[in-house]
Design a protein around this ligand. Structure first.
Ligand SMILES: [Zn+2]
Length: 683
């Protein structure tokens, strides 16, 4: 038992709680304060080994944090599961607690519990990326590993935590890292059948890992096959082929864009080979009109596909070419997982030192250096475990051997004492190195962000106000912006992610999108006009010449004679009715939204600023409240001039508090300016 393990209990006047920890577990602030004043041990542990600080962190008891820490409560004491109060704070997203407990020593953020989970990994398992971003800015490594060599990315993929996976990829968490079983993140995603996560991983290069076997010789594709996930297997093979041909694992991210291409191609074929020859003689202008309309639709479609929808910040998710190399299989040895990955990390570090210079690569170098310490820590933990196993240690009820805890305890056999001491010395030295590496890295990361003008963002994250920021784009949320999961970026005045154009629609491309649906609708309607002409110019005369019976004959004989052509046109016309309905609805909807200045996202999700503008939102068409002709015309003009100056007044009725102004006025605390103006919360 360690020095702080006992529950020292001076006589209690109330006698309700045996330890301060018990009082904190009941969230009784007064009792905790009273007991501290009476001289109870601040680090007294309850029946599960938790201290008061554990419960204060878990229940986010902000008022107790400072008094307890002033009494010198230790944040490195672990309970019987080996979890420290820092682990608890990470579980409950208690940023104030994390900050207060680790301010003196940020290395506490990397404590391992009994299974080797660090607070960072715990947060990843719970899909709690905002707390991870806070830890990241304090210099915590994204590559921290548990006892099986699994990183936060492994766990986020295993649990299907899409948000966390996206955030981790935006911080360049390694997709090539392999656990003790030789499995990468995409192995886990494939095994658990998380298709969207597999797509995200493939986009940054994991498509090259699909044929890489784990320790048991199983590749991600085989995992998908074993799980009988046919969609995933097909998607893996498709991605491999496309990556070979195009250098990226997809043509369009989703299949709707492909469907749209099929629709267009089918219509063009029917028109070019059947309708146009039939009407060209009498109505050449109709052929020309439709061709121009279709050409324009296609042009606008391409424009929408590749236009910038109004992204607020540069992309943060990048392919990991520098880690993948030419043959990712070669960098890993199943017999020596840690050692081989250390060698790989070292070679990448050397390569980077040779080829790159500048601030960005400085951060990457520091991160790679920190990775080396991570691997070294793994080696030491493994050695320690082996030693414990050899002497039959490892009683599950004894307090876990947290690394900061002295390991020499009664029951250890004498002959391993020297080895033990050696390990302790090595661990201590490594700790010191890790601590300073983390501090340097945290500083470098913050400096890099400050250089990019993200001071305000940093200040909000520091205060734990995650609802006001996007942690993937590292930006303050603007009122009408929204983070698009598909493209992984925040889009100004985000309307929706359109699967047909495989792109977001926002302030940047709202005009071309509107033109696209309008022209497409006209094109489809005009197609019906040409069909009408075709019937009069070709079909009727043929029927009057008696070839109607031939037509029937052709239909029953099953041959694809020219007589079948009217039937193909008829089928196309019926099929296109779906498109008339769909695209017509889109035109109507977007026209209505334009007239009242709302977006699809705002109508569907009703974020707080919408609720303020339409307090009594009832019915499907609630956004028509207070509709007026003059305001509709003004909204229309602003839509086409991309003018958002009236938005704040419209949604909040307070023109003086402009969002743009708030962003410019607010200065970060690192720059010594006043605090940011509080904005309404975004979901
Ligand atoms: Zn974003």
């Amino acid at each position: 038992m360690s020095s702080y393990g006992s529950n020292a209990t001076p006589c209690s006047s109330s006698g309700r709680y045996a330890t301060v920890a018990d009082a904190a577990a009941q969230q009784s602030t007064e009792a905790v304060m009273e007991m501290l004043a009476q001289g109870y041990r601040v680090d007294g542990q309850d029946s599960l080994g938790n201290t008061a600080l554990h419960w204060i962190a878990f229940f986010r008891l902000d008022t107790l944090i400072s008094p307890v820490l002033e009494k010198r409560a230790r944040p490195d004491i672990v309970n019987y599961s080996g979890e420290s109060p820092v682990h608890f704070a990470a579980m409950s997203s208690h940023v104030a607690g994390l900050d207060a407990m680790t301010r003196a020593n940020r290395a506490l953020l990397s404590l391992h519990d009994k299974d080797g989970y660090t607070p960072f990994i715990v947060a990843a398992k719970q899909d709690n990326s905002p707390v991870m971003e806070w830890m990241y800015l304090q210099g915590v490594s994204t590559e921290e590993q548990d006892d099986d060599g699994r990183t936060a990315l492994h766990w986020a993929c295993y649990n299907g935590n899409k948000k966390t996976v996206q955030w981790l990829l935006s911080r360049s968490a390694s997709i090539v890292h392999r656990d003790r079983d030789g499995m990468t993140a995409i192995h886990w995603a494939a095994m658990k059948g998380h298709e969207l996560i597999a797509d995200m991983l493939m986009e940054v290069g994991a498509v090259k890992l699909l044929d890489v076997p784990d320790r048991n010789g199983i590749t991600p594709i085989e995992f998908a096959m074993r799980k009988k996930n046919r969609y995933l297997v097909a998607s893996f093979h498709k991605s491999q082929v496309l990556n070979y041909l195009l250098g990226r694992p997809y043509v369009f991210r989703n299949s709707f864009a492909n469907l749209f291409m099929c629709f267009i191609a089918f219509n063009i074929m029917v028109f070019a080979f059947i309708v146009a020859p039939g009407i060209a003689a009498r109505n050449p202008e109709a052929v020309m009109h439709w061709s121009v309309l279709m050409g324009l639709s296609l042009l606008l479609w391409v424009q929408c596909c590749f236009s910038d929808p109004g992204c607020l910040r540069p992309p943060t998710i990048h392919p990991q070419h520098h880690l993948l190399g030419n043959d990712p299989e070669k960098t890993f040895d199943v017999e020596q997982p840690i050692e081989s990955q250390m060698a790989h990390c070292d070679s990448v570090l050397q390569q980077l030192t040779l080829t790159c210079n500048g601030k960005d690569s400085e951060v990457i170098k520091l991160e790679l250096q920190q990775n080396m310490y991570n691997y070294q820590r793994q080696v030491l933990r493994e050695a320690r475990k082996q030693l414990e196993r050899r002497c039959g240690m490892g009683d599950p009820r004894s307090p876990a051997k947290g690394e900061l805890q002295p390991l020499i305890a009664p029951g250890y056999k004498e002959h391993i004492a020297p080895q033990q001491a050696q390990l302790d010395r090595a661990t201590e030295t490594l700790h010191e190195r890790e601590r300073s590496a983390g501090e340097n890295l945290g500083r470098a990361r913050v400096e890099q962000l400050l250089a990019e003008g993200c001071g305000e963002y940093l200040s909000l994250v520091e205060k734990g106000e995650f609802k006001h920021v996007c942690i993937v784009c590292r930006a303050r949320r603007a009122m009408r912006s929204h983070h698009c999961k598909e493209i992984g970026r925040c889009v100004d005045k985000m309307d929706h992610h359109c699967p047909w154009i495989d792109n977001c629609v926002g302030l940047g491309n709202q005009r071309s999108f509107y033109m696209f649906v309008l022209v497409l609708f006209t094109t489809i309607l005009y197609f019906y006009y040409t069909v009408f002409l075709y019937v009069f110019d070709t079909v009727f005369p043929e029927i009057s010449h008696g070839s109607f019976s031939e037509l029937l004959q052709a239909m029953t004989s099953g041959s694809l004679a020219p007589e079948l052509q009217p039937l193909v046109v008829l089928i196309t016309a019926v099929f296109d009715l779906v498109w008339v309905y769909f695209v017509g609805l889109l035109v109507l909807r977007h026209t209505a939204y334009m007239l009242v200045n709302v977006t699809t996202y705002e109508v569907l999700m009703r974020p707080p600023h919408m609720q303020r503008r339409f307090p009594k939102a009832r019915g499907k068409f609630f956004f028509f409240q207070g509709f007026g002709l003059m305001s509709a015309l003004a909204n229309c003009a602003r839509y086409w001039m991309l003018d958002g100056s009236a938005d704040v007044a419209m949604f909040f009725g307070r023109p003086q508090e402009s969002f743009v102004a708030a962003e410019q006025v607010a200065k970060h605390k690192w720059e010594g300016g006043p605090d940011a103006v509080n904005l309404p919360e975004e979901p």
